[in-house]
Ligand binder design. Structure first.
Ligand code: 13P
Ligand code: ZN
Length: 282
């Protein structure tokens, strides 16, 4: 089978397009990775080339040794993935040490995988350890979530609580909450380590003044998670545009009441008793 006829490639490209139309991918902003299943890579083997140069990932991911990933190209525009996938995305293989990669398909006009490859692979590695079904890591630049990183404290529990309060579905969709990475230089190992520390336990990490990372078991779930967080962030931006205090909200015991019916365990760290009614204060 040709790569572009495979369901995983179609799902990958559709997610790029959907993200673009949300306004989350100005210019080359954002990147996407997918840890390809054994049977999926076997089905497209005829199109893979094994003679490419091996290059350093920039970090080490031994638990992903020998695995294949579909990733967006660095500097490539999400808008163009639909128009010319083979020029804008690629399939890479990670070597048996987990330190180098080889492009085996795609980026036909040249290029390299996303500059956030260290973050994607380190996240995929920690996620695989906690749930082998997690295969997708998605990074984008959604405006409302980014705006909140200028006005809320850069504290994951506070971010989670304020965003949870904006929509009842939030704690059901991400009961473990959100982590926050303070401003750091993007594109390297240091920010990858900080993000993967969060992804050991949580599905969402916000990069202050930059964007957001989310992981999931498939494209729909990962996109839906990003969409849910950003929608709630949009509501919070609207509320904060009207007032710095809420008249009423979802209280800690109301969140706890969701546990049984929805089969979740909301992160108790985020259900602190507030000492102030000012939004963003603990
Ligand atoms: P890339 O074009 O290298 O994927 O970088 C985009 C980005 O969002 C960096 O954080
Ligand atoms: Zn970015």
């Amino acid at each position: 089978m040709r790569v572009l006829d495979s369901e995983f490639a179609k799902g990958f490209c559709r997610m790029c397009v959907d993200g673009f139309y949300q306004g989350w991918h100005e210019r080359n902003g954002g990147n996407l990775s997918y840890r390809i299943k054994d049977e999926e890579i076997a089905s497209v083997k005829e199109e893979l080339k094994e003679d490419g140069e091996w290059k350093e990932i920039g970090t080490s991911v031994p638990a992903l040794a020998g695995e294949y990933f579909m990733v967006t190209g660095s500097g490539k525009y999400f808008r163009n993935v639909e128009i010319d996938p083979a020029a804008n995305i690629c399939i890479i293989k990670v070597d048996d040490k987990g330190e180098n990669y080889q492009i085996q398909w795609g980026l036909v006009n040249g290029g390299r995988p996303t500059s956030e490859l260290p973050s994607h692979l380190m996240n995929l590695e920690v996620c695989k350890k906690r749930n082998p079904e997690i295969r997708v890591v998605y990074h984008c630049h959604p405006a409302n979530t980014i705006a909140l990183t200028f006005v809320l404290p850069l504290d994951g529990d506070v971010f989670t609580r304020e965003i949870w309060e904006m929509a009842t579905e939030c704690p059901v969709v991400f009961p473990d909450g959100i982590g926050v990475v303070p401003w750091m230089v993007p594109g390297g190992r240091e920010i990858a380590v900080a993000t993967s520390e969060i992804m050991k336990k949580q599905d969402v990490a916000i990069w202050a003044h930059h964007g957001m990372f989310a992981c999931g078991t498939d494209f729909d779930i990962t996109f839906g998670l990003m969409h849910t967080v950003e929608k709630a962030a949009e509501v919070l931006v609207k509320v904060m545009s009207m007032t710095d205090r809420k008249r009423q909200t979802i209280e800690p015991d109301m969140f706890r009441a969701l546990n049984g019916p929805f089969g979740i365990k909301v992160n108790e760290n985020c259900l602190y008793e507030k000492k102030s009614d000012k939004i963003g204060e603990k």
